[in-house]
Structure formats: C-alpha cells, structure tokens
Design a binder for this molecule. Structure first.
Ligand code: FES
Length: 190
C-alpha cells in the first residue's frame, strides 16, 4: 500500500518535474529567440539607417515654389533635382486651345486635363524629349513655335500650350513632375 502510495506520489512528482522542465525549456527558447531578434535589429540598424536619405538630400528631393507673383501669361523657371521646371500661368486662350485639341492630332496623345492640377497652371520639366535641350518659350520675347507653347531650337520640336509635342523629332510631351499645391500660391515639387 505504501509502495502504491509511493509510486503514485513518485508519478505525481515526475509529472510536476516534467512540467517544470518544459516551462524552463520554453522560457529558455523564447529568451533565445527574443535576444536573437533584438540582435538582428541592432545588427541591421546601421544598414537600415544608411539607407535613409540625409536631410540635405531630402531637401534637394523637393522644391517649394511661391507662385504668387506670376501674372497671367507669364512663366517662371525653377530648378528641381538639377532640372529646369517650367511653371506657366496660362491665359484663358491658351487653356481653351489646349483643351480643344483632339487626341488624334497628337503624336503622344494626352488630354490637357491629365497634365494639370489647376487648368491655369502648367508645371512641366523643361527638357526636350528629343535629346535634352531646353526649349524656348519661358520669356516673353521667346519664339514659342507653331503651336504657341515652347520651341526647341536644337532640332526644331514644337510643343503646344499644354507642353505636348506637335511637330519635330521629339517623341514625347514635356514630362510632368510630381508636385502638389500646398495652398493657392505655393507648390511643392517632388
Ligand atoms: S533636343 Fe529638342 S529637338 Fe532635338
């Protein structure tokens, strides 16, 4: 009887020990995983950190532009990531002409409404899509080509009042950079 009790007690103790061992094993396992994960993050941090652009690089990545002084029919040129950005405050006539142009007449069909955020303001990268010259048309005395927009003197590409290629060797419209209006008179390019 005593043997039976002893055996029963021994079995009970054995289960308790097993369970205790399991708990210890689990604790050690989770601790190891946790330390391993922390170690991985710590080891990776310098690499993650150097992949983030520095503040001066971020500053160059975007350009804020005050357009409050630009009159209707005037243009200004800003620099963004080393490229000229043409910003034109279009006249009603220029907008009307751009909107009335049929897509079938365009070598690179693109509706005017898809190239502007506000119809009066046209914001483009001012680099000819042929071989990269800077088109004329920003200054009031510049020749603006046959379509009243911009003209690239290098090989004779004509862009319209939406900056779309209309004639000449350039294959594409003047590109639209990423930008947004911060308010009515300020835009953020980039
Ligand atoms: S670079 Fe503009 S037409 Fe050739």
């Amino acid at each position: 009887m005593a043997d039976t009790a002893s055996t029963a007690e021994g079995t009970a103790n054995g289960s308790s020990d097993d369970s205790h061992d399991d708990t210890k094993r689990d604790f050690l396992l989770y601790s190891t995983i946790a330390v391993g994960a922390a170690g991985t993050v710590m080891a990776a941090w310098p690499f993650i950190d150097i992949m983030n652009p520095s503040k001066d690089v971020l500053a160059l990545a975007s350009t804020e532009l005050d357009i409050s002084s630009v009159e209707e029919g005037q243009s200004i040129t800003a620099i963004w990531r080393g490229k000229p950005i043409f910003v034109r405050r279009r006249t009603a006539k220029e907008i009307e002409t751009a909107q009335a142009t049929e897509l079938k007449d365009l070598p690179d069909p693109e509706a005017d409404k898809d190239r502007v955020k506000k119809s009066q303001w046209l914001v483009m990268i001012g680099v000819c899509t042929h071989l990269g010259c800077i088109p004329l048309g920003q200054k009031s005395g510049d020749t603006k080509g046959e379509f009243g927009g911009w003209f690239c003197p290098c090989h004779g590409s004509h862009y319209d009042t939406s900056g779309r290629i209309r004639k000449g060797p350039a294959p594409k419209n003047l590109p639209i950079p990423p930008y947004k209006f911060i308010d009515d008179t300020n835009i953020l390019i980039g």
